[in-house]
Design a protein around this ligand. Structure first.
Ligand SMILES: [Zn+2]
Length: 82
């Protein structure tokens, strides 16, 4: 969940993990730790046609969620980090 200092200017204040409630600090618009952010717009082939789901997870909740997958995720390493 994203909280904004100024809703009109969309200045990001902090992110709250939807999974555990942990507060993730934001400085100059950048989260200060890893965040998994979802914005899923469901289309007409789904049961949620026209609805958009948004949530944020901290890295620990992301790991907990992906560890429940029956088929493990694939992870590759980027060679060029900016
Ligand atoms: Zn969390």
């Amino acid at each position: 969940m994203r909280e904004y200092k100024n809703k009109e200017a969309r200045i990001l204040d902090r992110i709250i993990c939807n999974g555990c409630g942990k507060i993730i600090a934001v400085k100059r618009g950048m989260p200060m730790e890893g965040v998994f952010s979802v914005c899923q717009a469901w289309d007409y082939l789904s049961g949620k046609d026209g609805e958009t789901d948004r949530f944020d997870l901290c890295e620990e909740c992301y790991d907990r969620m992906t560890e429940t997958f029956r088929i493990p995720l694939s992870r590759t390493e980027r060679t060029e980090l900016l």
